[in-house]
Design a protein around this ligand. Structure first.
Ligand code: ZN
Length: 395
């Protein structure tokens, strides 16, 4: 009798111990989920329970110096997304067929997205309203009101295609600035993205209007450049002519500034490219072998084409500085613009034992005025340009 009592007590005690241990383990587990994984799980649940659709803001317009000529503008287009969970099982194939027909997409790819177990899938970005209108009509005719979203979006257009292309740059598929002004002033131009938040259940099914939240997008600011479209197009025309006539394989560039303010009125680069089609190479030889190039070579060639030589390449000021020397000489009354035969070029000049050549040393310029020397960019003249009575003055 006594022995069974002891046995029962023993069993009770060990069961109590096991229950107690399990309780402790569960408390530790709850603590781990709550305090260690808590915030991560919470954000995962939030992602699953909300449908988060973006509303793209309208990107600011870029004008030339007149404030009238539009160099870059965003036009309204639409983007189509789907919430697969909200499309009825029996409708899935029909929806995929309609979407692929209207937007010329591959049926199998669309069907995969429609059947996917996710809350949102992008079908097509930045399409014209006439195409989305076809979809609207189809949805109405087929009584499909949920699961397909048509949202406002914007697309960048460059009305003068290649004009000032190396300055303006272009944007990517998410309207982000990728090159030039579009990239440098992206923060000003881009504005703030808006949102449509909707509550859904775990499968991504819409829970109705309850909890729907619409945060409007804030449009970007406009930019007015100092570039004058007329001056820019003249500079580009003559730069292209000069580069072609002189077979300049490295291309060329022209900068025109207002001497009174330092404003850049034109910044032309050759070759340039079509801003509306920035990934199309504009070199015929390269275009011919384009498909055989490695992705690295393609990217180098594109970077080369997009580059704004005027600000990204180094160049010795050299002859540009002759303007400074001649301005100083004119201001000091050392010389005049048109004193015929005042200077003489013999092809080179000796300075402290070093012979500095004129670029046309093989056929020296001979006698010249200051104006002619500037036109000829003749080194010996500018080296010799100094006060005639300098030595006396110094003594
Ligand atoms: Zn010379």
């Amino acid at each position: 009798m006594k022995s069974t009592n002891i046995g029962r007590k023993k069993r009770l005690r060990s069961m109590l111990f096991i229950s107690f241990t399990i309780c402790i383990l569960l408390i530790i587990r709850i603590g781990f989920i709550q305090f260690v994984q808590g915030s991560e799980l919470q954000s995962m649940a939030y992602m699953q329970q909300t449908l988060n659709r973006k509303i793209n803001p309208k990107r600011g317009t870029i004008y030339d110096a007149t404030g009238k000529n539009i160099l870059a503008v965003s036009a309204s287009v639409e983007t189509v997304t789907i919430n697969p969970g909200n499309i009825k099982k029996e409708d899935k194939e029909k929806v995929a067929k309609a979407l692929s027909d209207i937007f010329n997409l591959d049926y199998e790819t669309v069907l995969k997205k429609v059947k996917k177990n996710s809350s949102i899938e992008t079908i097509v970005k930045k399409v014209e309203k006439e195409d989305t209108d076809k979809l609207r009509i189809w949805m109405e005719e087929n009584n499909i009101a949920t699961g397909i979203n048509i949202d406002e979006d914007t697309k960048r257009y460059y009305p003068y295609s290649s004009l000032a292309s190396n300055v303006i740059g272009f944007t990517g598929s998410d309207n982000q600035g990728l090159e030039g002004i579009e990239s440098r002033y992206d923060e000003i131009l881009s504005g703030e993205t808006g949102k449509i938040l909707k509550l859904t259940d775990a499968t991504g099914t819409d829970l109705g209007d309850e909890g729907e939240n619409y945060i409007a997008a804030v449009d970007g600011d406009d930019l007015i450049l100092s570039i004058d479209m007329t001056i820019q197009s003249i500079a580009e025309k003559y730069l292209a002519e000069a580069c072609i006539d002189n077979v300049c394989t490295d291309g060329g560039n022209i900068l025109i500034a207002n001497p009174k303010t330092g404003d850049i009125l034109a910044m032309a680069s050759y070759p340039n490219y079509d801003l509306n089609n920035p990934y199309k190479i504009n070199d015929e030889d390269l275009e011919f072998v384009w498909d055989t190039l490695s992705s690295g070579d393609k990217s180098t060639a594109l970077q080369q084409m997009w580059r704004n030589k005027s600000i990204s390449d180094t160049y010795e000021p050299g002859s540009v500085f002759k303007l400074v020397t001649s301005s100083a000489a004119l201001e000091e009354g050392i010389t005049d613009t048109d004193n015929e035969g005042e200077f003489s070029c013999t092809g080179s000049i000796n300075i402290a034992g070093t012979r500095i050549k004129c670029w046309r040393y093989y056929r020296p310029h001979g006698s010249q005025s200051l104006r002619q020397a500037l036109m000829n960019s003749c080194n010996p003249v500018f080296i010799g340009l100094r006060p005639k009575n300098r030595s006396r003055k110094v003594l």
